[in-house]
Design a protein. Structure first.
Length: 96
């Protein structure tokens, strides 16, 4: 796993290209697997690492990318944001 990213876009691109990582969907208090729609309570996954990205013009806008161990031989990642993007709902770009 890469240890340093210069931008959130670079990190998302990296993990999206790694077959060992699943882009999880963050819901209110659980993660949803995008393929089988299985739910993983946030308290039931192991957080492996986190990356913090701050908006250069306003450090109050912070985005975190978390890498988690789902406990079933899979690892996932998801994004949690504050500030401007906190309530942003992205289109499902991983849908087949």
């Amino acid at each position: 796993m890469k240890k340093y990213f210069t931008s959130l876009l670079e990190a998302l691109d990296y993990f999206d290209q790694q077959p060992a990582y699943v882009a999880m969907i963050l819901r209110e208090d659980f993660l949803e697997h995008p393929h089988n729609h299985q739910h993983y309570p946030l308290g039931g996954v192991r957080f492996v690492t986190a990356y913090k990205f701050e908006e250069a013009s306003d450090p109050g806008y912070v985005t975190y990318l978390y890498v988690v161990d789902l406990g079933n031989q899979e690892q996932g990642y998801f994004v949690d944001a504050s500030g401007m993007y906190a309530n942003f709902i992205a289109p499902d770009i991983h849908a087949n």
